[in-house]
Design a protein around this ligand. Structure first.
Ligand code: SF4
Length: 320
């Protein structure tokens, strides 16, 4: 039986588990426990030869010496031309408004997380109200800077959401015991690490691919502002494989958080619980090989039938 608020759909015989949460991107510790419960109740079998720690053997073995970025794979370029243009021809990219928007959202989430931890460690606020005031002041300062001026409403909404979520979490954690260490308090209030670096080299990716957020012990989270896509799940499988290769712990599930914004900057968050099963792992390996081949052989694989509407090379390839 599924938890309240969680629902499932079937696409191509594949079970996809979703839940909808409103105004909640900054996870509380209770959210973490809820997600772990969904994972536990969604069984996912994985063959041992498809575990990341078996990267030296087929079918995971990387047959090329070239490297690509994890972000190359997150565009729907079914021939791998994107990797050829980026790494062989080194063509300048022209990302559209949607990519700039996505970047601004990522940046705001990462900054809010980092600033929240900084306040907790350095100021040790004795209640949520003090934390909230400090967080708001820091947000006003940051908002004046270059990096956050382009989408101010979005920054404000995300920052408010972080300030509220973490101030109420602080009150809850402090009520547990007066004898908690601050390191423990900070972990319980802000239970994820943003931009967690993982070594992608065993799989032909960069040395430090950055997972949007990692929730201990091994929950990988990616934030998305574009429309839901299977490609994101495939890239997530790549992250899970790299994580398994590095830490030698199994990752059977991961999480995509789709953020959908209104013009006012208000947003909703849709959780997509992704089982990292055999088929997703094989799909990642096939896609990786396609992209790596275009770079290693230095040949132009040509255009796919359809291009990703958000691709930064649309003008180059399609003249649009
Ligand atoms: S525009 Fe099309 S062919 Fe060119 S890189 Fe993007 S998806 Fe690939």
């Amino acid at each position: 039986m599924l938890l309240p608020g969680v629902f499932e759909i079937f696409m191509n015989n594949r079970r996809i588990v979703f839940s909808r949460v409103v105004f909640m991107v900054f996870y509380s510790f209770d959210d973490v426990l809820r997600v772990l419960q969904v994972f536990q109740e969604t069984p996912c079998e994985v063959s041992d030869e498809l575990r990341g720690w078996r990267w030296r053997e087929p079918p995971l073995l990387n047959p090329y010496r070239a490297r690509i970025n994890a972000s190359d794979l997150s565009f729907g370029c079914d021939t791998g031309r994107l990797a050829y243009l980026r790494h062989v021809k080194r063509v300048k990219e022209r990302g559209g408004e949607e990519l700039a928007f996505g970047l601004a959202v990522h940046r705001a989430i990462v900054s809010a997380t980092t600033v929240a931890k900084g306040i907790l460690y350095h100021e040790k606020p004795v209640n949520g109200g003090l934390f909230y005031e400090k967080m708001k002041r820091m947000g006003e300062e940051l908002r004046k800077g270059e990096g956050f001026s382009r989408f101010p409403e979005v920054f404000d909404c995300l920052w408010d959401s972080a300030a509220l979520a973490y101030s109420s979490a602080l009150d809850r954690v402090l009520s547990i015991s007066r004898y908690l260490s601050w390191d423990g308090v900070v972990y319980r209030v802000v239970p994820w690490t943003c931009e967690f670096p993982v070594d992608g080299r065993p799989f032909g990716l960069n040395r430090a691919i950055r997972v949007d957020a990692l929730i201990p012990p091994s929950v990988i989270v990616e934030f998305k502002t574009r429309r839901p896509s299977r490609v994101y799940e495939v890239v997530l499988a790549g992250y899970a494989l790299c994580f398994e290769a590095m830490f030698r712990v199994p990752v059977n599930h991961a999480l995509l958080l789709y953020l959908s914004f209104e013009e006012s900057g208000r947003f909703r968050v849709y959780e997509n619980f992704v089982p990292v099963d055999d088929s997703l792992r094989v799909e990642f390996v096939e896609r990786r090989d396609l992209f790596l081949r275009a770079v290693a052989d230095g040949f132009d694989p040509g255009l796919p039938r359809e291009c990703d509407r958000y691709c930064p090379y649309l003008k180059t390839c399609r003249g649009e």
